[in-house]
Design a protein around this ligand. Structure first.
Ligand SMILES: Cc1ncc(COP(=O)(O)O)c(C=O)c1O
Length: 325
């Protein structure tokens, strides 16, 4: 089949797929547009997901934990009173159909976005969640692994992660990502790859678009959901793989800034970044400044699992060749 994926100039940026699912139809990507009056554009009232699909050993494509991502999208949407109009099963089917129509069997990144669109007749202008129509769009683009497996240097951000009484931090709300963008911007301007954000209590929350794990005195620890973080699906995958395959239990415990700086190993987890070792924090080496043994073992396990090499986790993979939207 001819691939509908456009090629990125120079191969540097991810190539945009030429199709999107937009307002209930599969359309050329350039037709998936929104007017400037879109409420989500003005007020950040959208929710989104980032999902990966991986090429399997037989050359086919499979979506990793798509159902879990869509269950989270629906929870996020509920928080903002967005009616997505499809359940998680149907959203998985739409995604598979989009990927089939795009026709690439390379690794793909899928970006669903559900958002507040237009004021309904009779609704006065203003910031609000009722009296506004809802919309859904899903696009996908070719994106391989971009993780620096040798490790990255991160900064502790001066931007604090908002607490759940300020923003629904467990939901992936577009407007909330201003905080993440400012933290990344600050970190990159200072020469770091990413930022770790502390919460309003001064404890580790998460990185800009990933969760944080640390090996502290031989124990694997990640902050609990109450540390004002997004409960990552990769975080949950890592906890499962650590227990099942490496006989390592994870403690859900608060981490102070100095716990992180004195840890033997630190790594980040996220759908996009996968598992990335942190080898330096604020200019200080983590451990001996190279990816640690547990981090390395988890990276290996994770990459095997997403490529379907562990039958035990095949239920996390949805073959794109199946079902029809
Ligand atoms: C703020 C934030 N935290 C954590 C994560 C990791 O979540 P997941 O593993 O579900 O991709 C993400 C990515 O979606 C994120 O944006």
């Amino acid at each position: 089949m001819t691939s509908a994926v456009t090629t990125a100039p120079g191969g540097a940026a991810p190539a945009l797929a030429a199709l999107a699912y937009h307002d209930g139809q599969f359309v050329p990507l350039e037709q998936a547009r929104v007017p400037v009056t879109t409420q989500a554009l003005q007020y950040g009232t959208g929710v989104f997901e980032g999902i990966r699909a991986y090429t399997q050993a037989d050359g086919t494509l499979a979506v990793f934990r798509g159902h879990d991502h869509y269950a989270r999208l629906l929870r996020s949407a509920r928080t903002l009173r967005i009616d997505v109009g499809l359940d998680a099963e149907r959203l998985c089917a739409v995604t598979a159909e989009l990927l089939r129509r795009i026709g690439s069997t390379d690794d793909m990144y899928i970006r669903p976005l559900a958002y507040k669109r237009a004021l309904l007749p009779g609704t006065p202008p203003g910031v609000q969640l009722t009296g506004v129509s809802d919309a859904l769009s899903v696009n996908a683009f070719r994106m391989g692994s971009y993780t620096d497996r040798g490790g990255i240097q991160v900064a502790i951000s001066s931007w604090r992660r908002p607490e759940s009484g300020m923003l629904p931090v467990r939901a992936k709300v577009t407007g909330g990502y201003v905080n993440n963008a400012l933290a990344v911007d600050e970190a990159r301007a200072a020469g770091y790859a990413d930022a770790v954000l502390l919460n309003s209590r001064g404890l580790v929350a998460e990185a800009s678009t990933s969760n944080v794990f640390a090996v502290v005195r031989g124990r694997l620890i990640t902050p609990p959901a109450t540390a004002d973080l997004l409960e990552g699906i990769t975080r949950e995958t890592v906890v499962t793989l650590a227990a099942d395959l490496l006989d390592t239990a994870t403690g859900f415990e608060d981490l102070a800034r100095d716990d992180l700086c004195n840890a033997d190993e630190v790594f980040l987890t996220g759908t996009g970044s996968e598992i990335v070792p942190v080898t330096g924090i604020g200019g200080r080496a983590v451990g001996d400044g190279t990816p640690g043994p547990l981090t390395t073992a988890l990276m290996t396990a994770y990459h095997e699992v997403v490529r379907g090499k562990h039958e035990r986790y095949h239920h996390w993979l949805q073959a794109v060749g199946q079902d029809s939207a």
